[in-house]
Design a protein around this ligand. Structure first.
Ligand SMILES: *Cc1c(COP(=O)(O)O)cnc(C)c1O
Length: 398
């Protein structure tokens, strides 16, 4: 009889895979505190946790944010919100994206706050809540110059009027999104805020209380205090990465990620022997290469081929030839390396570091895309001195 198959648990998966993404929860907690300190006690902070918490892992980051007492969490999609509710997160959650009518019952059943971006959608929410015999919560979305979702500022009156007569819906908030708050020219961002404020005048004009107002993303937090209003919605800066290279660094944050793998193969390559698909690179003299089990299938982007560097034994070395789906080759010249040596793809090594910005430049993209592309195939490992109970077991290495 065949021996029973061995089914690895998640922890064993983490231990078996030589590639890990280490997430420093203390850095995230410090970044949140720095943001809160910048905007002051009167302004709420809604951390944005969409796209797997910008790659950092949705549920663990949400647990930390809930522990830190944030008033709200921001997500892009309904299914991200359902995942957090199933994980036991009961902090209010705003789904920032557009909705389909068929999704409304799920929003209400999971107590997720809906972005109401048109009169039709708002009335559909009212109707659905009435049918279910439950209350729905919405934030109205005003488009002041992004042209993504929301009613245009010049025709917002209808949405605000309709929002007043609802029996089953709580209109808790009203928001807009800035298209150019990361620019050194803040003219368009200021114009968007003026348009938003014109819409908001509706409430005092009708002697009505104004719902919770919010507009600022990370760049707004950093460069535009007039955008803070009642609540801010920082995403990327919570993760210690700035939204642009020319942005004012008015808040000090630090990155939370360290992405590492290990040498799985070592060899000597003869001069002129082409390396990897397409034979795009060949050494001019005899050299030593190591192979590392990470690739574009993990989010180590193929566009970085010919440009990327990694850290090994305290030194930087170039990734050579094309980046494959699951493997990369690194030229270590005539230096030494051994199987199982740690290879740093992102984060500190020795007294140097490889940043998300470095990877973004090599890939010809922005830091956001690097973070959100680190695939779920890469196991996340959490560390924290302050929140030990939020840290999953570390990888066991034998
Ligand atoms: C993604 C997003 C944010 C956060 O943006 P960052 O630039 O990462 O701070 C805020 N608000 C909305 C509506 C978003 O979609």
């Amino acid at each position: 009889m065949a021996a029973p198959l061995h089914h690895p648990t998640i922890d064993e998966d983490v231990a078996l895979r030589p590639t890990h993404l280490l997430v420093d929860l203390d850095a995230l907690a410090d970044n949140l505190a720095a943001i809160q300190q910048r905007v002051g006690v009167g302004v709420g902070v809604m951390p944005v946790l969409k796209a797997n918490a910008y790659g950092h892992g949705l549920v663990p980051v949400a647990r930390l944010m809930q522990r830190l007492g944030v008033p709200y969490l921001g997500l892009a999609y309904l299914e991200e919100g359902i995942r957090l509710r199933r994980a036991g997160i009961d902090t209010p959650i705003l789904i920032l994206g557009g909705i389909l009518g068929s999704q409304i019952p799920l929003f209400i059943q999971h107590d997720l706050t809906i972005t109401a971006s048109s009169v039709d959608k708002l009335l559909a929410v009212e109707e659905c809540a009435r049918t279910l015999g439950r209350r729905a919560r919405v934030h109205l979305k005003i488009d002041t110059g992004m042209e993504r979702i929301g009613v245009h500022w010049y025709s917002a009156q209808d949405l605000l009027d309709s929002s007043l007569g609802l029996q089953h819906v709580d209109v808790e908030g009203i928001f807009t999104h800035l298209a150019n708050s990361d620019s050194s020219d803040l003219g368009h961002a200021r114009q968007q805020l003026e348009r938003f404020n014109d819409v908001l005048d509706f409430y005092p004009r009708h002697s009505l209380p104004t719902p919770m107002r919010h507009a600022a993303n990370s760049a707004g937090v950093l460069q535009l205090p007039e955008s803070w209003l009642d609540m801010v919605r920082p995403g990327i800066m919570l993760y210690g990465v700035l939204p642009g290279s020319t942005i004012s660094r008015t808040v000090t944050v630090r990155p939370a990620l360290r992405w590492t793998s290990r040498v799985v193969y070592f060899k000597v390559v003869q001069p002129d022997s082409p390396v990897s698909y397409g034979s795009t690179w060949r050494p001019s003299k005899m050299t030593r290469l190591v192979t590392v089990p990470v690739g574009y299938g993990d989010g180590y982007m193929r566009a970085m081929s010919g440009r990327a560097q990694v850290g090994l034994r305290g030194q930087r070395y170039p990734v050579v030839g094309r980046i494959c789906m699951d493997q990369i080759m690194v030229d270590i010249g005539w230096d030494s390396a051994w199987n199982d040596d740690e290879v740093v793809l992102l984060g500190r090594f020795g007294d140097q570091s490889l940043t998300v910005e470095d990877l973004a430049i090599w890939a010809g993209t922005i830091p956001y895309e690097i973070l959100t592309n680190i695939n779920t195939r890469v196991p996340r490992v959490y560390s924290s001195t302050r929140f030990p109970d939020l840290v999953a077991p570390s990888p066991r290495r034998s």
